[in-house]
Design a protein around this ligand. Sequence first.
Ligand SMILES: Nc1nc2c(ncn2[C@@H]2O[C@H](COP(=O)(O)OP(=O)(O)OP(=O)(O)O)[C@@H](O)[C@H]2O)c(=O)[nH]1
Length: 325
Amino acid sequence: MSHEKNNEPGDGLLSGEWPADFRAGFTSFVGRPNAGKSTLTNALVGQKIAITSAKPQTTRHTIRGIVHRDDAQLVLVDTPGLHRPRTLLGQRLNDLVADTLAEVDAIGFCLPANEKIGPGDRFIAAQLAQLRRKPIVAIVTKSDLVDRATLAKQLMAVADLGTETLGEDGWAAVIPVSATADFQVQAVADVLVAQMPLSPPLYPGGELTDEPEAIMVAELIREAALEGVRDELPHSLAVVVEEMIPREGRPEDKPLLDVHVNLYVERSSQKAIIIGHQGARLRDVGTRARKGIEALLGTRVYLDLHVKVAKDWQRDPKQLGRLGF
Ligand SMILES: Nc1nc2c(ncn2[C@@H]2O[C@H](COP(=O)(O)OP(=O)(O)OP(=O)(O)O)[C@@H](O)[C@H]2O)c(=O)[nH]1
């Protein structure tokens, strides 16, 4: 048997056979809030997993998507927006980011094509410079939003930022992409794969995420709950899946999963927003989230949502611990 194509993509862990030049490893996207990290992750993985939104810092959990290819496996660790700590929550997020980055094989630093390099980007670049000798690929996102000349200028400016912060060698590569227009998405994967070590596949094929199902369920609910009210509730919503248990006494071919979930907000005014007039909005959120969860888990779901007020949870270490941060 030739050793190039003797396995399903990523199935090597089970079959014990993979090409000698197979590469596998971890990578993580960093960048200012809204830089396009989640959208790029989704485009690469080909399934909607990470939350995307028009508002900054919605990605609170580290979510991995896996790109399976015949020649490589790229495990994407989606970090929250690296930003200057303001609240305690911000501090925790930054610790999480630093821990995550120390473990990955390469970093993709996302900078939007349509925004001038700013202090936020420089701050992140300076942080990345401290992770000595970790390959960093500069990814110029949203390139569909600018014309060629502007894109060329931005690529130069980004390259300059690399040599300013990392010294002569600068970034491992600079590459433009548009995740929404499907421009250069494969090229980004190629560039990142080139930075991965030679390694057998790390995960069996077909596995799209390494995240506990509960976290993905929580993300789906959070996304549904924020829809249309992001302006009122951008950062003050935490979703905790308390329980996911198969309903007893169901026929084998018609299982039902009971999912009990608490949504935490900071103020009772926010609770009212989530719930809506006579609970209409919450019912709607439940219906939409349930469809997503059923699609994700492949089983029928009974979704039980409760909204609770946890005062100032972003600043209270005890609350943060309870909410899983
Ligand atoms: N036109 C265009 N818009 C994009 C592209 N990629 C992302 N966006 C938009 O930019 C916004 C932010 O994208 P996200 O992927 O959520 O950004 P993020 O970096 O993950 O943001 P945080 O989670 O806040 O850190 C969303 O409204 C996206 O639809 C792109 O390639 N082209």
